[in-house]
Design a protein around this ligand. Structure first.
Ligand code: SAM
Length: 225
């Protein structure tokens, strides 16, 4: 599915979100950066797709950034964007449920609009916890539950009617943009995701609603000991 939409993915992201996605990713970078140790930090961007978050992470930190995704066409676009800008981001093909790095390899991690797509959210969180060094933090950016009934109604209409129509028209894959609202409706809301992160073993779990709760960024830390 992601291979089919790879070439139009960035355009559609910015178009269908009215460019708000860029602001959301910048906030993720800020959260990751403020939680990194000083010096030579390493950050993993899981389900990096076409690399927008990896690029923003490199621009906002001095850290070494690795992007991981299992979809080669998405990674090819990410690598092309990175080399066009003269950046040294390593893009690795691999499964977020079996991250091809040893335990405790990264000082920070992020996953943007990726966790929802995994067959098991719990296992995805476990993998993120595993690859973090003690004290390292992960930022999870995902669609969430809009906080007011009006916004929920508007968002549901937009997400289930307009988005599949325009997404399908521009990408040529209507099913991918029908899958999106379905996957969001199955995904835990803000409170449930925070609870799940704690259950998996993250500490200091907090979240911030974005654009009235249309999305949320969760932060969790691997315990220091
Ligand atoms: C909606 S895109 C998000 C891409 C990017 N993080 C962003 O913010 O635009 C979801 C990405 O998750 C990747 N993905 C889904 N399941 C995965 C898995 N099991 N392992 C690795 N990547 C996965 C897809 O290939 C796709 O690139």
């Amino acid at each position: 599915m992601f291979a089919a939409i790879a070439t139009r993915y960035d355009l559609l992201n910015h178009l269908l979100s009215g460019n708000v996605d860029r602001r959301w990713r910048r906030l993720v970078v800020k959260k990751v950066v403020t939680n990194l140790p000083v010096g030579n930090a390493q950050v993993l961007d899981v389900a990096c797709g076409t690399g927008d978050l990896s690029l923003a992470l490199v621009a906002g930190t001095q850290a070494q950034v690795v992007g991981l995704d299992f979809c080669r066409p998405m990674l090819n676009i990410a690598a092309a964007k990175s080399s066009q800008r003269g950046l040294a981001i390593r893009f690795v093909e691999g499964d977020a449920l079996r991250i091809p790095f040893r335990d405790q390899s990264f000082d920070g991690a992020a996953i943007a609009f990726g966790l929802r797509n995994l067959p098991s959210v719990e296992d995805g969180l476990r993998e993120l916890l595993r690859i973090l060094r003690p004290g390292g933090a992960v930022a999870v950016l995902e669609f969430s539950k809009p906080q007011t009934p009006i916004l929920r109604t508007f968002f549901r209409l937009y997400f289930t009617k307009l988005l599949p129509f325009f997404g399908g028209l521009i990408s040529g894959s209507k099913s991918a943009y029908e899958y999106l609202p379905n996957s969001v409706s199955r995904f835990p809301d803000q409170i449930s995701l925070a609870a799940l992160m704690r259950e998996i073993g993250f500490t200091e779990v907090t979240f911030q609603n974005l654009t009235g709760g249309i999305a949320a960024v969760h932060l969790g830390r691997r315990p220091k000991k």
